[in-house]
Write a protein that binds this ligand. Structure first.
Ligand SMILES: Nc1ncnc2c1ncn2[C@@H]1O[C@H](COP(=O)(O)OP(=O)(O)OP(=O)(O)O)[C@@H](O)[C@H]1O
Length: 234
């Protein structure tokens, strides 16, 4: 396995406000990583820094051996970073099919392949974005990222506000994308147990820095550590 993504001592934030403080982590080819931590520790900011929406004051972000720290977002997307934002950002007045095709580029993922992956989107292909349930919107947001042919999916709280049965369906789809399609992923998730089920490795943030890094299954099995780091009763 080779390293595809690395944060080397990254200090980043918004304006003069520092949120990530000399943060280090790396990701191997095909690996999925959970970003855990209490509210406000910088999880979303880490994803925003990966896609190029923050100010990096120090350190470097490396993707497939290249220093992308100063690259604009669109260049990062072209280089294989697939962004699934927290707000889903589905276009409300476009149909499912238009949402999928509006930013599509030629490549391995076609409309039919996305529909094969999410049959529910095929059924809803003529519905407008604002007629979809939360779960369908999330599928559409992932489908839209797939249409940019990512090598790494960045998922910000993909199951937020969804019914438990949809959460299970989405978590299974995300796992399948990693295992069957070989996509790497970085997942920010409020539910640590679910996040650990979905990923190979996890890091835990506190005040913008990594306080724990290790295999997801080991952290999931260590209830005392999990509770100490995140304050969750499991
Ligand atoms: N656009 C922004 N401009 C200025 N400060 C911001 C911005 N977005 C987030 N912050 C601040 O950065 C800090 C970290 O926020 P972030 O959303 O990254 O944390 P988080 O761990 O994802 O939190 P949560 O679990 O609540 O979503 C917070 O103090 C927040 O107020």
């Amino acid at each position: 396995m080779s390293e595809v993504l690395a944060f080397d001592h990254v200090t980043a934030g918004y304006g003069n406000a520092v949120v990530l403080d000399r943060l280090d982590f790396s990701l191997q080819q095909g690996e999925s990583l959970a970003i855990l931590g209490r509210n406000g520790v910088g999880k979303t900011t880490l994803l925003e820094t990966l896609i190029g929406n923050t100010r990096v004051m120090q350190g470097a972000v490396r993707w497939q051996g290249e220093d992308i720290t100063r690259w604009p977002s669109h260049r990062r997307v072209r280089a294989g970073l697939g962004w699934v934002p927290q707000e889903r950002e589905v276009f409300p007045s476009l149909t499912v099919e238009e949402n999928l095709t509006v930013i599509a580029r030629p490549g391995g993922w076609t409309l039919q392949r996305v529909y094969g992956f999410f049959p529910r989107l095929r059924e809803r292909r003529s519905n407008y974005g604002n007629q979809l349930s939360g779960g369908e919107q999330q599928m559409l947001a992932i489908g839209r990222a797939l249409m940019t042919h990512p090598k790494l999916l960045l998922l910000d709280e993909p199951t937020e506000g969804l019914a438990p049965i949809i959460v299970e369906e989405l978590a299974a789809a995300i796992r399948r994308l990693c295992e069957a399609e070989g996509l790497a992923s970085v997942v920010v998730e409020q539910h640590p147990v679910l996040a650990l089920e979905m990923t190979h490795r996890a890091i835990v943030l506190e005040r913008g820095t990594v306080v724990h890094a290790g295999p997801s299954n080991e952290l999931a099995a260590d209830h005392g550590l999990l509770e100490g780091l995140l304050g969750v009763g499991v």
